[in-house]
Design a protein around this ligand. Structure first.
Ligand code: FES
Length: 128
């Protein structure tokens, strides 16, 4: 079993910035997180699950400049998901998702929600 990294990220280490309410769901709020607070993302292929606004968020570093963020709980029965071998996996019942959140294999049938993420200076901006 791969060691799962779980970091409870307190907002004291992050600066939460209210975004415009876009009506596009729960991620209408932006979180700016200093990258040096996320050492698991130092290397390409790194990942970490954090809590933002009380929700689990899986962050994955895909390249030197590209990151992805996903809802961190499986759409089947809400077990934590993790990044393993270039896909998102759920250990509870074996669902797998691609890096766009699409179901590759079930039992999950609904896609994993993706969350907008970008680098801005030395911070990762998560949310819209
Ligand atoms: S909770 Fe993830 S596959 Fe069942």
């Amino acid at each position: 079993m791969q060691k799962r990294t779980f970091l409870k990220y307190m907002l004291s280490g992050a600066v939460a910035t209210a975004g415009l309410l876009s009506g596009r769901g729960a991620w209408a709020k932006k979180y700016a997180i200093a990258l040096n607070k996320l050492p698991a993302l130092n290397d390409v292929g790194g990942s970490v699950t954090i809590k933002l606004g009380g929700r689990h968020v899986l962050l994955v570093r895909l390249s030197q400049t590209e990151y992805r963020a996903f809802e961190g709980l499986c759409t089947h029965q809400s077990c934590p998901v993790s990044y393993v071998k270039k896909q998102i996996s759920c250990e509870c019942h074996g669902s797998h998702f691609d890096l766009n959140g699409k179901v590759k294999s079930g039992p999950a049938t609904r896609p994993l929600a993706t969350i907008p993420v970008k680098v801005q200076g030395d911070k990762l901006i998560v949310g819209e």
